[in-house]
Design a protein around this ligand. Structure first.
Ligand SMILES: [Zn+2]
Length: 361
């Protein structure tokens, strides 16, 4: 951490001090503002001077490396330079949480968390709920050490990091933030579509933090439709033609299930594996749940209700608290059925009822 409490209870911002001042400070004792354990000063040639817990500490604030400390300082200074009232490592005693950065604007209170270490989804939910309970909006910026780039517009987002997807309003695109404290780049990744459990295509905006302003983070940017279409076609082609390694149990079981219905990946109709924006809410890849609707519903029934379709896929959705930073959301089944109506596979009979178009299915 960048500041700690001294013996007289004052908060000492060690990151602002020069080498001589730090040398003086080494004679004093410092304590963690959260757990009160004694801390050690870390001040090397390259890194931002900071306090650290002893290695055996169980404190939630221990284990933050210099990559994290540097980034936290960068973001704080960046906001400070824009004239915002901003606090570093602000502690909220009521919820026993400490925000890396706390920002108060006209009517909004915002906690910025720069998250470089892996934490559980339960922990993300717990901290987000804590902030919300005191009227603070959390914004999470991931360490770019977590970024797994697959192409110019494509990232692989591991399941745990998907809980950091933000959507501020339903009309705005999904957004993920990354910051690299080595290169000083902020990466804003938006409007991504999941084409498998982790593979995504979106709009990637990379720029120096210093060239951006705070409102720039919330500008909607959308994926390029033509490039996306090409990428999806390519992924679909690979999926149809690649052999499946035997360790991919779910995929093997699914192919076996197709085989039992006298089908295979090549003979499935083209409306299986359609990209939809709400795919992130599904546990199964698009081809698995979409083919399930096709085989167990469209081929068996001429009419069906949306509830029946939703029920058929229970067990395929992530639980609703999996995405704490997205509040109102569309349902993936509704989105898929709507798309099938548009391309003439289904007919909508009423708000809740659909008919299968037997000339196309
Ligand atoms: Zn502590």
């Amino acid at each position: 951490m960048l500041q700690a409490v001294n013996q007289t209870g004052e908060l000492v911002p060690i990151w602002k001090m020069n080498r001589d001042e730090i040398k003086q400070k080494r004679k004093e004792k410092f304590f963690c503002p959260a757990c009160n354990e004694p801390l050690i000063i870390r001040a090397g040639m390259k890194n931002t001077p900071h306090f650290a817990h002893h290695s055996k500490s169980n404190c939630s604030l221990s284990g933050e490396g210099s990559y994290h400390e540097n980034g936290k300082k960068d973001i704080y200074l960046w906001l400070h330079a824009q004239g915002y009232p901003v606090k570093l490592e602000h502690y909220f005693p009521g919820i026993k949480q400490r925000a890396d950065i706390f920002l108060e604007m006209e009517k909004k209170k915002i906690a910025v968390e720069y998250q470089c270490a892996s934490i559980s989804i339960q922990e993300i939910c717990r901290r987000t709920a804590g902030y919300r309970s005191i009227g603070v909006i959390p914004i999470w910026i991931l360490g770019a050490n977590k970024l797994k780039r697959k192409g110019a517009h494509s990232l692989s987002i591991p399941c745990n990091d998907q809980a950091f997807l933000h959507q501020f309003r339903q009309s705005l695109p999904l957004t993920l933030f990354y910051y690299c404290s080595d290169t000083k780049h902020l990466i804003i990744y938006q409007d991504m579509i999941f084409l498998s459990k982790t593979n995504t295509f979106g709009s990637m905006h990379v720029s120096k933090l210093a060239s951006l302003s705070w409102p720039d983070l919330f500008q909607p940017r959308y994926r390029d439709k033509d490039l996306f279409h090409k990428y999806w076609q390519q992924q679909k082609h690979q999926w149809r033609n690649r052999p499946v390694p035997s360790y991919q149990r779910e995929e093997m079981n699914w192919r076996q299930w197709l085989y039992l219905h006298q089908l295979n990946v090549q003979t499935l109709p083209s409306f299986i594996y359609l990209p939809i924006t709400t795919q992130y809410q599904m546990k199964s890849p698009p081809w698995i749940w979409q083919s399930r609707l096709y085989i167990d519903l469209f081929l068996k029934k001429d009419h069906f209700t949306i509830d029946l379709a939703k029920q058929l896929l229970r067990g395929h959705y992530h639980s609703s608290d999996y995405f704490p930073l997205i509040q109102p959301r569309n349902h993936p089944i509704c989105e898929y059925l709507k798309l099938l109506v548009r391309i003439g596979i289904l007919k909508k009979l009423s708000e809740t009822k659909y008919q299968v178009n037997r000339t196309t299915v």
